[in-house]
Design a protein around this ligand. Structure first.
Ligand code: SAM
Length: 454
């Protein structure tokens, strides 16, 4: 088994870990049986020369399982933490360069394209997606999927970005064009690869790929991924992937979605050793970009998140932005309030209050989807804000009754746990008892609409 697997692995450029050798050997034997090949030497000799056969072997021996918005918590972190941090750090209008490494049939990079579209950043995103499997890439370019691939997306997503053809769903062309697919073999091909746009990246997703590779390959690839990042750029691996912090000078953060890796040479200079040299062009860090207080940023092994009570107070600058926006809103200058809010969240992406104020601006302009996205960011940053849950429920009432119901139920639970006359944070003039009553009314109406759910 060992020799069969390593001979084939060498030819296709993948080194398999001991734990996968049996499965890989069976996969190779399946191909040989289908092709009527009796001799391993014959198979090995044809790999590389016969493209169809090579693809068949690659597809059999790799695991291509994927779906849209897999590990949604990671997409939340990308939208509420990574992208806002990048926006505040990069020059205005600069492209945000993203690489989905090991993209399989495309669901992951297209999920990124959808997320960027939802957040109004589609024009700035440059997404390149790579895989070793030509067959997977060809499916990805077709951008047509079955319901199973979309199991995490919800009806909302289906309606907005896909066109139904029988039991298949075609991603809309404009979005599909936003992703560039390239064949690349991690561990075998050179990195960085400027010709493919794999250089100076702001965000790399390499999820559920390294778990199938042997430790020596993981180590080498971790160093190469680091070298492909721009200064301040982020890397996300999957929850079951091997740890990477020992293999390169990543800064690590523990987030609700697992460990995030970051190339941060500015921080590395403050530490003992300089960052590894790489081809990435360093870009200046924004001085007012702070790590989220409960997400420790450090080099090396990550520590568990600090307790909530140890959070630093909000920055004075964010507070003064918030005061300014509230004043403008009170004076009915909604346009100016919205403009200030949009600038403020770029500068202070971790301020729940600023995202909340931005959502009020979107609501005033009837931009309900954007308001809901902003409110989701608020809730990600602070789940205890009843006002955000309540407003999210109001935004979703017409489009997604079930999600609206959950949001109102969250608001009710938070308000019911407080004294009735306690002011509701962020919601001017509201008290917990009154908001709880309003949430109850909404819940009753939604339950009636949903068919009398108890
Ligand atoms: C389980 S899928 C992960 C897809 C997606 N990243 C996700 O998390 O949903 C793993 C993909 O990695 C690809 N792969 C495996 N080894 C690779 C290598 N050495 N270079 C590039 N891609 C590889 C496989 O072809 C497969 O499409």
């Amino acid at each position: 088994v060992d020799s069969l697997v390593s001979r084939v692995g060498r030819k296709i450029g993948v080194r398999f870990p001991a734990s996968r050798k049996q499965a890989v050997a069976s996969a190779i034997q399946r191909v040989m049986l289908r092709r009527g090949l009796e001799d391993v030497a014959d198979l090995v000799g044809r790999i590389g020369l016969d493209e169809d056969l090579t693809d068949e072997v690659v597809t059999e021996v790799t695991v291509g399982e994927t779906y849209f918005f897999r590990d949604p918590a990671q997409f939340d972190v990308i939208r509420t933490m990574v992208i806002p941090a990048l926006l505040s750090q990069r020059p205005e209008h600069a492209a945000i360069r993203i690489w989905s490494a090991g993209c399989s049939t495309g669901e992951e990079p297209y999920s990124l394209a959808i997320a960027m579209e939802e957040d109004g950043l589609a024009d700035r995103a440059r997404i390149v997606a790579t895989d070793i499997s030509r067959e997977a890439l060809s499916t990805a370019r077709g951008a047509e999927y079955g319901e199973w691939s979309l199991r995490n997306g919800g009806m909302d997503l289906l309606g907005r970005y896909f066109c139904r053809r029988g039991d298949r769903f075609q991603l809309n062309r404009r979005l599909a064009r936003r992703v560039r697919f390239v064949r690349h073999r991690l561990g075998a091909d050179k990195l960085p690869s400027p010709a493919d746009g794999i250089v100076d990246l702001d965000l790399i997703l390499c999820r559920n790929v390294l778990m199938y590779l042997e430790p020596a390959a993981v180590k080498r690839i971790a160093g190469q991924l680091f070298d492909c990042l721009a200064d301040g750029g982020w890397l996300l691996a999957g929850p079951s992937d091997p740890q990477l912090w020992e293999h390169a000078r990543f800064e690590t953060s523990v987030t609700p979605a697992g460990v995030m890796y970051r190339r941060n040479t500015a921080a590395a200079r403050v530490g003992a050793e300089p960052a590894r040299s790489g081809s990435a062009v360093p870009r200046p860090a924004t001085p007012d970009l702070k790590p989220r207080p409960d997400l420790p940023h450090q080099h090396g092994r990550p520590r568990p998140a600090a307790k909530r009570s140890q959070r630093r107070p909000r920055t004075r600058a964010a507070e003064s932005f918030a005061r300014h926006i509230r004043l403008l809103r009170r004076g009915d200058d909604l346009g100016a309030a919205a403009a200030v809010a949009s600038e403020a969240v770029k500068r202070h992406p971790l301020s729940a209050e600023l995202h909340y104020l931005q959502s009020l601006g979107f609501i005033s302009e009837a931009r309900i989807d954007e308001a809901a996205a902003a409110l989701r960011r608020v809730i990600y940053l602070d789940r205890t804000l009843a006002a955000a849950h309540f407003l999210l429920g109001s935004c979703l009432r017409d489009s997604d009754a079930e999600a609206a119901l959950r949001a109102f139920e969250n608001a009710l639970a938070l308000c019911a746990a407080r004294p009735a006359d306690e002011p509701v944070p962020l919601m001017a003039d509201a008290v917990a008892g009154r908001l709880a009553d309003r949430a109850r009314q909404q819940i009753a109406a939604l339950k009636l609409r949903l068919g009398g759910r108890s």
